[in-house]
Design a protein around this ligand. Structure first.
Ligand SMILES: NCc1[nH]cc(CCC(=O)O)c1CC(=O)O
Length: 311
């Protein structure tokens, strides 16, 4: 029996860290691991914002091709970067235990975001730009792309006064010392899947390997929450380029999901919070999404599609 799990991943430092983390969870099982770095379209195109090149699969297509042809066993992704719809032959088999899901403000000097008339905050995620406009109308959002190291270099070079990033990535890359503020999830709701690492595989992956992943890598409580969030996103037909947000966590025995949409100008926030039993995670996501669509989300999505087409 072949007892080596071949792990496909993007080649960025964060992606390699995540793949290495998955390998470290697999290792105690007795199975070996091999990491296979794969370059994606999203890694090559650095000068246009992701929203404009069309988000669908830019960081995953080449990796999924290798899952389909069997040259890797699993692919490791930030759960956040995964499109809500996978190719039919593939599935998500494991989600790692989630750490802090917050966004954080990063700088090399003290920053007061509430007094931000002259602050330039580097970010390119549509959700963060819209939330900045909504909660901190005085700050200026400047588009900063590239991997985390590139973004830090741009901060150091003075292209912005601070960066707005996911805590998870900052922490994994060892940049904790630069965190000047942890922004509460109570109002700055994270992106779907933020802080969680997802493992994707072929539905026909060998049974023993599937069992290893389910037993040693998957964290059931996180998995059920992220599945609720992803059901929400799927019902909106959204990828990572729409300003949707969604965060589920346990409140006692129930999953509580807070999710919604924000208009690109930050003017309108549609937010719904509901809870359900764990067996109903998927239905919870769908229910919340349909409610968001009904109370104004449909209109926001329509406007966003028009604006992205015209950009
Ligand atoms: N969109 C890029 C991306 N994808 C995953 C992470 C960090 C890790 C995570 O959120 O799980 C980041 C960087 C960021 O948003 O700051």
């Amino acid at each position: 029996m072949n007892k080596t799990i071949r792990i496909g991943t993007r080649g960025s430092k964060l992606a390699l860290w995540q793949a290495e983390h998955i390998a470290s969870l697999i290792r105690p099982s007795g199975y070996g691991t091999e990491i296979v770095p794969i370059e994606t379209r999203g890694d090559k195109i650095l000068d246009v914002s992701i929203a404009k090149i069309g988000s669908k699969g830019v960081f995953t297509e080449e990796i999924e091709a290798k899952l389909l042809d069997g040259s890797i066993d699993i692919a490791v992704h930030s759960a956040k970067d995964l499109s809500s719809e996978l190719p039919d032959e593939l599935e998500l088999i494991a989600f790692t235990e989630r750490e802090a899901v917050n966004d954080v403000l990063i700088s090399n000097r003290p920053i007061d975001i509430t007094n931000g008339s002259t602050l330039r905050i580097g970010t390119s995620a549509t959700r963060r730009v819209a939330f900045l406009k909504h909660f901190y109308p005085n700050v200026q959002a400047v588009s900063i792309r590239g991997n985390l190291q590139t973004r830090f270099a741009k901060l150091e070079a003075g292209e912005c006064d601070a960066l707005l990033l996911a805590y998870a990535g900052v922490h994994r890359m060892g940049f904790d010392n630069y965190i000047v503020e942890k922004i509460p999830t109570s109002y700055f709701v994270p992106a779907v899947g933020q802080g969680c690492i997802a493992v994707e595989c072929h539905k026909k992956l060998a049974f023993d390997k599937k069992e290893i992943l389910e037993r040693w890598v998957n964290h059931p409580a996180t998995a059920v929450c992220v599945r609720a969030e992803r059901a929400f996103l799927k019902t909106l037909h959204g990828g990572c380029s729409i300003p949707a947000f969604g965060y589920a966590h346990f409140e006692g025995d129930l999953i509580s999901l807070k999710a919604g949409l924000i208009s690109l100008d930050g003017q309108r926030v549609i937010k719904v919070k509901r809870s359900a039993a764990t067996e109903e995670a998927k239905e919870l996501g769908e229910l919340v999404a349909n409610e968001v669509l009904t109370i104004g989300g449909e209109q926001i999505l329509k406007e966003i599609r028009q604006q992205l087409n015209n950009a």
